[in-house]
Design a protein around this ligand. Structure first.
Ligand code: FAD
Ligand code: UQ1
Length: 450
């Protein structure tokens, strides 16, 4: 690949880069007039890869820093989804249609939307290539490609989803199948799985179990259901305060939790799930199900795994405090695609966006980043149709709670925040670059408290 512009820092070089940029803009206009193509520009000051939560949020913030005409987002999907609400869609408490909006409506006005997939990253030459063969160069790159759902790593999937009694809240095409399976449930095992990989929203695999239990109770089927959570992990949750609260609920509601059990095969025609015991290699167990909720293995998007920006595990290798790439100083990462050692959530993305905004603004002025990300992340643990335990914690898995009450207790107020306030905040503040997480609220609520 040949870059149009390489990274420049001295004023003379910047002038030269600017000249080149103007040149490419004019070339774009020329092409437009000759009808050669619409997305004709090939260089942007800030190029954002991925138009999900992190990508759109950062594009809004970068628009304020450098002007809309200098920012572009590469994103192939026509629809943008607010994924956190899928937990409630799978339980029949919200409509799937409420979770999506046209991508065109969330791209900040004036920012260029490049409707394509990123096919290759070439950070040594400050450019990327799209799947339709376009090369686009940048001065600053923000990588926000999310993560990849690897259903095909489980034998029998994804084709098994063609059968009834199986669903998965993690994908737009299978989340409504969870609700169907819940409604169809008659008698037997309801199994919920957690894979042997990092995942986004690590609480979601068990949230749907609590909601299902509540649904069975509401519909008089609870005594007919044997509810099983088979998890690859060795604990129910990574933060002791919330794990203790969840274990109490699990005991009260007579739910079965089996640790170190990893789903490796689904025989959807026979309604059987096969698990390997991670503590005893080679030992497997087949369990019949009346309902199966699958949380798939997840990994970094393939395009990143093989790129120079990835660490050994395939995630974008960033500084955990500044979000700047460890090797390429004009490259930054945000969200699920990074190796930030915290739980992958939209709440984390919100907090990261404020930090990254500050980091980039200082780098743009040739100054050293000062603001430090503490790993803030949050997981509203939905425990029934009107209760949530609001887990909030940092890199050290220490609670970092916003509200001045014990958030490990199930609360109606926190359910209303999750179900109604958060979507509003997401669409109207976060995606527009005005929500950097609840840090300021935490300080306000804890004023005067030691
Ligand atoms: P995404 O928002 O997934 O965006 C990635 C984007 O990159 C996508 O638009 C994708 O199309 C695009 N992309 C991928 N490959 C390419 C390519 N090659 N080229 C160009 N574009 C590409 N978070 C919470 O905070 N609270 C919750 O309660 C919560 N619950 C959840 C429940 C469920 C069921 C799920 C699925 C998620 C939940 N999350 C929750 C997690 C949250 O949705 C994600 O952590 C968040 O969306 C991550 O943002 P992101 O920008 O990193 O990735
Ligand atoms: C949050 O900031 C956020 O990002 C928009 C979420 O994602 C949907 C959340 O679920 C939560 C809980 C937060 C944190 C916000 C508050 C007010 C505690």
């Amino acid at each position: 690949m040949t870059p149009l512009v390489t990274m420049v820092s001295s004023p003379r070089a910047q002038l030269f880069s600017c000249f080149l940029r103007l040149g490419s803009q004019q070339a774009g206009l020329l092409q437009l007039h000759t009808g050669a193509g619409l997305a004709a520009r090939t260089h942007y000051e800030v190029l954002v890869l991925g138009g999900g939560s992190g990508g759109v949020t950062m594009a809004s913030r970068m628009k304020r820093r450098v002007g809309a005409e200098n920012v572009a987002i590469v994103e192939p999907s026509e629809r943008h989804y607010y994924q956190p609400i899928w937990t409630l869609v799978g339980a029949g408490a919200k409509q799937l249609s409420s979770s999506g909006r046209p991508t065109a409506s969330v791209i900040p006005s004036g920012v260029e939307w490049i409707r394509a997939r990123v096919a290759e990253l070439n950070p040594d030459k400050n450019c990327i290539r799209t799947d339709n063969g376009k090369e686009i160069s940048y001065k600053y790159l923000i990588i926000a490609l999310g993560l990849q759902l690897d259903y095909d790593k489980i034998k029998g999937l994804p084709e098994g989803f063609a059968h009834p009694k199986i669903g998965s809240n993690y994908s737009v095409s299978t989340v409504e199948k969870t609700w169907k399976a819940l409604q169809d449930f008659k008698e037997g095992n309801a199994i919920f799985t957690f894979p042997n990989t990092p995942i986004k929203c690590a609480g979601a695999p068990q949230k749907i179990m609590y909601l299902s239990e509540a649904y069975f109770r509401k519909t008089g089927k609870r005594s007919k259901a044997n509810i099983i959570f088979n998890t690859s992990l060795g604990a129910i949750f990574g933060v002791k305060k919330y794990a203790d609260a969840l274990l109490e609920i699990i005991q009260e509601r007579n739910l079965t939790v089996n640790y170190k059990q990893n789903l490796i095969e689904v025989r959807a025609d026979k309604q059987e799930a096969v698990f390997e015991n991670l503590d005893k290699p080679g030992e497997t167990q087949v369990i019949s199900y009346e309902m199966l909720h699958v949380t798939p293995p997840m990994s970094s998007p393939d395009v990143l795994k093989t790129s120079p920006v990835a660490d050994a595990a395939g995630w974008v290798d960033v500084n955990k405090e500044t979000l700047q790439h460890k090797k390429y100083p004009n490259v930054f990462g945000i969200g699920d695609c990074t190796n930030l050692p915290t739980s992958k959530t939209a709440a984390a993305v919100a907090a990261q966006s404020g930090i990254l905004d500050r980091t980039i603004s200082l780098i743009m002025k040739n100054e050293t980043p000062v603001k430090k990300y503490d790993g803030y992340t949050s997981c509203p643990l939905v425990t029934s149709y009107n209760r949530v335990i609001l887990a909030e914690f940092d890199y050290d898995a220490q609670p970092l709670e916003t509200f001045p009450f014990d958030q490990s207790r199930e609360r109606l107020s926190m359910y209303l925040m999750k179900a109604d306030m958060m979507p509003f905040l997401y669409w109207n503040l976060m995606l527009r670059g005005y929500w950097g997480g609840p840090g300021f609220l935490r300080k306000l609520f804890h004023l005067g408290m030691s």
